[in-house]
Design a protein around this ligand. Structure first.
Ligand code: PLP
Length: 438
């Protein structure tokens, strides 16, 4: 412990006494490096760090040691080469695509996307001159037909929310690669435990770490992973942001500076988009997300097993019109489970109560059902340890047009579930009692 020199005045001591920067404390777990900025040992070191000539900590918007542990851990779990932790899943989706497509360019995206992603692609990207074509993700011809010379990415979710459709990723990736563009997969619902998109041809994966990665409903976060499979130097003219000299790096382009192995793509995400737009992941949230990652396999197995029981129970109940769960033989996507989700068919899915034919009466019916639940809670979130329910038509998807709702398979009686980690018999009893009322 440093001894505070006796001559330090009160005002100096209150900000400096008792601390020496850079001293290792041999903690057994990654600590929270709750520091905005980091001290340089010399000005030469600072100059090299700023020129990206060497790695090190400068300022937590750019990089933070707790966040780096989180990034490295997710990259390993996804089989990727590098990752960027960001403030939310929304930031992960936005930045992953901004690093690929600029004004005048184009993205092909699945129609079956998280509502926030639809808003981003349809409104904000349109404002910025980035065109998006939405296709039914099961229609392989539609993906191929949507490609234009200026297409720069394909985007889809490995397992969709709320209808739990499974993407035929291998087939979609083959079309993207034939067109020379990378595939970005939102792997939030599956997590790398249930599916590694890299195994099926994805090039970049993104997550709302807010959901299953954190797993406890306490911390927003997102992550972008370069899976290391896409060769941006194959057609350099298409990717000037990576292959042409980059003002922020001493000496040449990001590809020259970082090589394919160290991910020029993630370097671009961090040094340009996180740096300029500012959606950094906080050290505290990275710490929370690391706690979640440590039990990801255990939780995902339990979530999936519980969800399978709930799906089977609901399908057999007379008050239920339809259950959208790929683990059931009645699902159109059941045939893809063995290939894409062999460890469990995920725990976010939906079911429809019988409709009265009248939207207002349907709303009453759903309200009555949800009002009777005690274990499952009405919350606009997924991937929590607790079981959650939501009514997409009046909540997450309320601003969609009737056509968009119909295309997404959402009706006025669709109820979304995110089945939690409680004892499955309690979850089933709770649903049974509430359904008996409607
Ligand atoms: C929640 C979610 C997002 C957005 O993540 P936030 O952390 O809420 O910003 C993106 N994609 C999917 C599939 C999600 O479920």
């Amino acid at each position: 412990m440093p001894v505070t020199p006796p001559e330090q005045s009160f005002a100096t001591a209150q900000v400096q006494a008792g601390f020496v920067s850079g001293v290792a404390q041999n903690t057994a777990v990654p600590p929270i490096y709750q520091s905005n900025a980091f001290e340089f040992s010399t000005l030469s070191e600072a100059r090299d760090l700023f020129a990206l000539r060497r790695d090190g900590n400068i300022y937590s918007r750019a990089a933070n040691p707790t966040v780096l542990v989180f990034e490295e851990r997710v990259a390993v779990l996804e089989g990727g080469i590098a990752a960027a932790g960001v403030a939310s899943g929304q930031a992960a989706v936005a930045l992953s695509l901004l690093a690929l497509a600029k004004s005048g360019e184009h993205i092909v995206a699945a129609r079956q996307l998280y509502g926030g992603t639809v808003d981003l692609l349809q409104d904000t990207f349109a404002d910025w001159g980035i065109a998006v074509t939405f296709v039914d993700q099961d229609d392989l011809q539609a993906w191929a037909d949507a490609v234009r010379p200026e297409t720069r990415a394909f985007f889809a979710e490995s397992v969709t929310n709320p209808i739990a459709q499974i993407l035929d990723l291998r087939a979609v990736a083959d079309i993207a690669h034939a067109a020379g563009v990378p595939v970005v997969i939102d792997n939030t619902v599956a997590t790398p435990y249930l599916q590694r998109p890299k195994d099926f041809g994805a090039d970049i994966s993104v997550h709302s770490a807010t959901k299953f990665i954190g797993g406890h409903g306490t911390s927003l976060g997102g992550v972008i992973v370069d899976l290391g499979t896409f060769d941006f130097s194959a057609e350099p003219a298409r990717w000037p942001q990576l292959t042409e000299p980059y003002r922020r790096v001493a000496g040449g382009s990001l590809v020259e500076r970082f090589g394919e192995k160290a991910s020029p793509y993630i370097a671009l995400v961090k040094t340009k988009y996180v740096h300029d737009l500012g959606p950094s992941l906080s050290a505290f949230n990275a710490f929370q997300l690391l706690q979640g990652l440590e039990t990801l396999d255990l939780r995902m197995s339990r979530h999936s097993a519980n969800a399978q029981l709930v799906a089977e129970f609901l399908e057999a109940h007379p008050a239920v019109a339809r259950v959208h769960h790929p683990g059931l033989p009645s699902s159109d996507w059941h045939g893809l489970v063995e290939t894409y989700l062999p460890r469990g068919a995920a725990s976010v899915f939906s079911f429809d109560l019988h409709s009265t034919g009248d939207d207002a009466a349907d709303f009453e019916r759903v309200e009555q059902f949800i009002g009777r639940l005690h274990i499952s809670r009405l919350v606009a979130n997924i991937g929590d340890a607790r079981s959650l329910v939501a009514h997409p038509a009046s909540m997450t998807h309320s601003h969609m047009t009737p056509t968009q709702l119909a295309e997404s398979g959402i009706t006025s009686t669709t109820v979304r579930l995110s089945v939690g980690l409680e004892d499955p018999s309690d979850i089933l009893r709770d649903f049974g009692a509430a359904l008996d009322v409607v």
